[in-house]
Design a protein around this ligand. Structure first.
Ligand code: DLL
Length: 421
């Protein structure tokens, strides 16, 4: 067994380890950051209150706004000199979120990513083409460290310059590709432009995440590339990629690396913890982080926890197909972009590239879906409009463009534009 692969005799053994680490993590956060101490004091809880895993629910939440208010390094729990790296995630408003890592944090992260690659079917000796963006974004360097740790040969391609990436893929013959699902689609087109059938490359495994992608999108990717495409989840405030990974032998949900992160599902409105199996907002607590421990972080991501399967005692989470703040309300009707994506991908005449615009026209909301179609598009336009109406009750304006018209993503795709905000 690989040293990074989890080795717990039972779920009880894992939970005992979780509890010991949780006690350490809460005491570390409380003892070493003014921020957590003030928050816990206000809520009337101290690290000594953690006697069981369930006691965590008495502790206050941490939100993205807390990072902003403590910019840049107010959430740090170690002397700044102990950091060996800092990443930043661009906020939609104002200042970015800064996250700092100690040497040990990077070591833990590398081990978790090595696990993710193993879980996806990768192994030492594989060539891994890493087209996640390098830089402040955690995707590129995060995947990189773990792939090297496992013993893969990493091609640090980063995002963009697709023609060059096509050449690297053809010449270096990677078995694994890691990138956002939307960038993989762009690479597929670049391969075709170069006269290469994406099914004929050396690629066998895709590790994709950093943005929502529907099950229909996965099917499309697997069909177009002839690969096994698996989901990787994470977020910078909590670490970066590698919080959870879909295993090749247990598809459909992602295994949460529960010895490093404790997951809870809460009601997005009230914050009350929901029982296992119910959908809600994912809340994460770090169990091993030194630089920036994180207690009960509200991810905004909607998912569901389910029991462990196979030989790992860790629980699984459903694929995240949206965030609570992604939901569009159109004339009082709720819809997630993923539901529109599913309809587009179900129609073989439409390309998987799309854009959604929401506007307010007087007192009325309008929703415009722009998609690409090879053919004249009248039939596809009418069909998509009908499906939007019959499935979701929403009248949509469908605009058909020629293939290649919509901008292609190089990293996280931006597909929804709500002009009402
Ligand atoms: O996106 C980290 C990452 C890099 C994950 C590479 C996976 C692969 P942030 O930029 O902080 O970090 O964005 C985090 O992206 O809260 C989710 O809303 C979304 N997200 C990440 N992974 C997935 C996924 C990275 N597999 C935010 N499915 C998260 C759906 C995802 N959404």
């Amino acid at each position: 067994m690989h040293p990074d692969w989890p080795n717990y005799a039972s779920r009880a053994a894992l939970q005992a380890e979780q509890l010991a680490r949780l006690k350490w993590s809460v005491a570390h956060a409380y003892g070493n950051t003014g921020y957590y101490r003030a928050k816990c004091d206000e809520a009337g809880v101290t690290p000594g209150d953690i006697e069981s895993l369930a006691d965590l629910s008495r502790f206050p939440f941490t939100r993205k706004s807390d990072f902003r208010e403590n910019y840049p390094l107010g959430m740090l729990a170690v002397p700044r000199e102990m950091l060996v790296r800092m990443h930043a995630s661009s906020g939609t408003t104002g200042k970015p979120t800064i996250v700092g890592y100690t040497k040990n944090d990077i070591d833990v992260w590398d081990g978790l990513i090595a696990r993710c690659i193993l879980a996806a079917g990768g192994k030492s000796g594989d060539v891994l083409h890493n087209a996640f963006g390098y830089g402040l974004f955690t995707g590129g360097l995060g995947l990189h460290g773990g792939a090297e740790r496992l013993g893969c040969a990493v091609v640090p391609a980063s995002g963009g310059q697709s023609e060059r990436q096509v050449q690297l893929i053809c010449d270096l013959k990677p078995r694994i590709i890691a990138c956002t699902p939307s960038y993989l689609l762009a690479l597929g087109e670049a391969l075709e432009r170069a006269g290469v059938d994406p099914r004929e490359t050396s690629l066998e495994i895709g590790i994709h995440g950093a943005e929502p992608w529907s099950e229909e999108m996965r099917r499309e990717i697997e069909r177009r590339f002839g690969i096994t495409a698996l989901d990787i989840y994470g977020l910078s405030e909590v670490q970066g990629p590698g919080v959870a990974q879909e295993r090749a032998d247990a598809r459909g949900a992602l295994t949460v690396w529960e010895d490093a992160f404790y997951p809870e599902i809460v009601d997005p409105e009230t914050g009350a913890v929901r029982p296992e199996g119910e959908e809600g907002e994912l809340v994460l607590t770090s169990l091993a982080k030194e630089g920036m421990p994180i207690i009960r972080y509200r991810t905004g991501d909607l998912t569901r926890l389910s029991p462990p399967v196979g030989d790992l005692p860790m629980r699984r989470m459903d694929r995240v197909l949206g965030r609570s703040d992604d939901m569009l309300i159109i004339r009082g009707l709720n819809i997630f972009p993923r539901q529109i994506e599913e309809l587009i991908l179900a129609d073989a005449s439409l390309s998987p590239h799309y854009r959604i615009d929401v506007r307010r026209d007087g007192a009325l909301d309008t929703l415009t879906i722009t998609v690409e179609c090879e053919a004249a598009g009248d039939v596809a336009r009418a069909r998509l409009g009908q499906h939007m109406k019959s499935r979701y009750g929403i009248t949509a304006i469908v605009v058909i463009e020629k293939p290649g018209t919509l901008p292609r993503s190089e990293g996280k795709a931006k597909r929804v534009f709500d002009h009402r905000k």
